[in-house]
Write a protein that binds this ligand. Structure first.
Ligand code: FUB
Ligand code: ZN
Length: 620
């Protein structure tokens, strides 16, 4: 991979020099994702979730932001320059994240009423912006003289979420009012910080990846440079809480080492994920091998030693983050929903660099399990913490004082179309399996892809190609790591594909109406953890396809604590239309006892009760 990136970096230099010195950099990532705006999802599993996002989740978020909490009032007060700030100092970020979700929803389902709501909020943000471009309702209402003092106070974190929302809304509607607010704030930050100005380490990463989006949207390379400068400020030992005099723990903030030297995951989980996304995004334009090498080392440390079977990360509530390698408690697992979404965002980027399916495998694991558990089936309640075991007292809530997870889910779900396909000079990449129609450009050729599947319940996938004329190209289909046997055919003719880095490569001259069919065997698997995970010694989890399963007391009412699984348990798998929105439920037979398993994402949607992913083994 090193060689590949060096070659790409060289290619980029050649491209740039041939542009007569134009300042824009080329994106060096070999794979470009197909944007969700070019994908229409029509899927038995995902469409109901997207519908409940549109019909329920958005309304819940808007109600919380406008009526149940003071979040929108903070902007109104900041605009007037009077009144109190209510809530937490980074509450502005929830409003921006909800707006980002509203923008994506408008892309999928145009809605003038929702768009008017967005415009109304944007007017309030614009009115709350200071003359010099600064915007943050906490400092505006508590004393602007204290701004840019305490690196933990999330001023750049909020700005980053505003930029993501501004870019999203501009891309969907073409309206640039919020984008202009973002540009003024970014320019303001660059008058205060930067080379030959003040040092700064954003206590919560986010601005870095957002600045790259601002660069991509405006073409202004100064934003990319500023993102890189901020990343390179880390690890020089000057992190600070400013006037408060408290001591900053550099490990918690990923400020203990320069980013190129990082090898071990540590500190706060969501912060780490956003940092790695920012590093990936900057490296995509700079080709910085030091960033890429660090990200690879960190990936091994996260995935091989610190990740739950659900794709969740961040074991401990004490730092909302990491502890020791292989320390993966189940009952006390923190696994913040935002951290699972962060895993999707980071692994998606790593896949685009490498074309290696191992990243898409983790992306899928975190998506279907850790992240999806973060929202109730109705779309009205959210988990912040996602343990792998519960004594019956852990439940989703309509909102939280710290509402990063509800607003995260709000922006994440309507954009899941982003994660399905990619395009490179080799051809098309298929990463996720869900029913959809996508309009894709392969080189200069317009191609329509239609995917039909009943995934994740069944392993059959049909991918139909629509195009004018013909096209010699590759279609690279991810063979999920969980799948041990599969068949592939094109137009009903069996194909024995070459498999490269986990992708079955079908290289041929495609014509209109060609159909690729995949059939993934999806047996139930009884899975053991790495023996170094003490908590899971003598226990087993159950997985089928991409889904991790759990037992819940609602189904297993008798002697829940006494339930045991066996390596050689036999399973029945059946689709149950009326249960939990429609699931493939599993029945495990262990001796004369029966265990009923449901997908982990669906737990806590019925009467309260105990839950377990890792079930003790029956003694022989
Ligand atoms: O600090 C902002 C967000 O709130 C973090 O990402 C979450 O972990 C929660 O602490
Ligand atoms: Zn969160």
């Amino acid at each position: 991979m090193k060689q590949l990136l060096r070659f790409l970096a060289l290619a980029a230099v050649l491209v740039l020099s041939s542009c007569g010195g134009k300042k824009e950099s080329a994106n060096l990532k070999p794979i470009t994702p197909v944007k969700f705006s070019d994908v229409v999802i029509q899927d038995g599993f995902w469409t109901p979730r997207l519908d409940s996002h549109k019909d329920v989740t958005l309304a819940v978020c808007i109600d919380q932001i406008e009526n149940q909490t003071g979040r929108i009032r903070n902007f109104e007060n900041a605009a007037k320059g009077e009144g109190k700030h209510s809530g937490i100092f980074f509450d502005d970020s929830d409003v921006y994240k909800a707006l980002e979700g509203m923008a994506y929803s408008l892309q999928n389902h145009p809605d003038p009423v929702l768009e008017a709501k967005c415009d109304e909020w944007i007017d309030k943000f614009a009115a709350a912006q200071q003359e010099d471009g600064y915007i943050n309702t906490f400092y505006t209402l508590t004393g602007l003289e204290n701004r840019w003092d305490n690196m933990d106070k999330h001023e750049m974190y909020c700005a980053g979420h505003m930029i993501e929302a501004g870019v999203a809304y501009y891309n969907v509607t073409g309206k640039r009012k919020l984008l202009d607010v973002c540009i003024r704030m970014a320019d303001h930050m660059m008058t205060v910080f930067g080379p030959d100005k003040r040092h700064w380490v954003p206590g919560h990463e986010e601005i870095e990846l957002a600045l790259v989006k601002l660069y991509e949207t405006t073409g202004e390379k100064k934003y990319l440079d500023f993102a890189e400068w901020l990343l390179d400020q880390r690890g020089h030992g000057y992190g600070s809480f400013g006037k408060s005099g408290k001591k900053w723990n550099p490990i918690y903030y990923q400020d203990d080492k320069p980013v190129r030297e990082m090898s071990e995951i540590a500190g706060h989980a969501v912060r780490a994920m956003y940092l790695y996304c920012g590093m990936s995004d900057v490296a995509a334009y700079t080709g910085d091998q030091g960033y890429i090498d660090a990200l690879n080392r960190l990936w091994d440390d996260v995935v091989l030693r610190n990740m739950y079977i659900t794709g969740g990360i961040g074991q401990s509530k004490h730092n909302e983050g990491f502890t020791e390698d292989y320390d993966l408690p189940n009952l006390e697992a923190y696994c913040e929903t935002c951290a699972s979404v962060g895993m999707v965002l980071w692994n998606w980027r790593m896949n685009q660099f490498t074309g290696d399916s191992k990243y898409a495998d983790v992306m899928e694991r975190s998506l279907y399990n850790g992240a999806l558990a973060g929202i109730s089936l109705k779309g009205d309640k959210f988990f912040y913490v996602n343990p792998l075991e519960s004594l019956g007292n852990h439940h989703r809530q309509a909102w939280y004082g710290c509402a990063c997870c509800p607003s995260q889910i709000c922006r994440f779900l309507p954009s899941i179309g982003n994660y399905i396909y990619g395009v490179s000079k080799e051809g098309l990449w298929v990463n996720l399996y869900m029913g959809n129609t996508a309009n894709v450009k392969v080189g200069r050729k317009a191609v329509t892809l239609t995917q039909e599947t009943n995934y994740p319940w069944e392993g059959a996938v049909a991918l139909k190609v629509g195009l004018k004329g013909s096209l010699q190209t590759q279609i690279r289909l991810r063979i999920p790591a969980w799948c041990k046997n599969y068949t592939l055919s094109v137009n009903k003719e069996p194909v024995q594909p070459i498999v490269e880095k986990g992708y079955a490569v079908v290289d041929r001259k495609w014509t209109d109406g060609d159909v690729v069919e995949l059939n993934f065997d999806m047996p139930v698997e009884v899975v053991a953890a790495d023996p170094r995970v003490k908590e899971d010694v003598g226990k087993r989890a159950v997985q089928r396809g991409p889904l991790v399963y759990c037992i819940e007391e609602a189904d297993n009412t008798e002697d829940f604590d006494g339930l045991r699984i066996a390596e050689n348990a036999t399973f029945d798998a059946a689709f149950e239309r009326e249960k939990l929105g429609g699931i493939v439920g599993l029945t495990a037979h262990v001796g004369d006892r029966v265990l009923t398993y449901i997908p982990y994402y669906a737990w806590d949607n019925r009467e309260p009760g105990k839950m377990k992913v890792w079930v003790p083994l029956k003694e022989e």
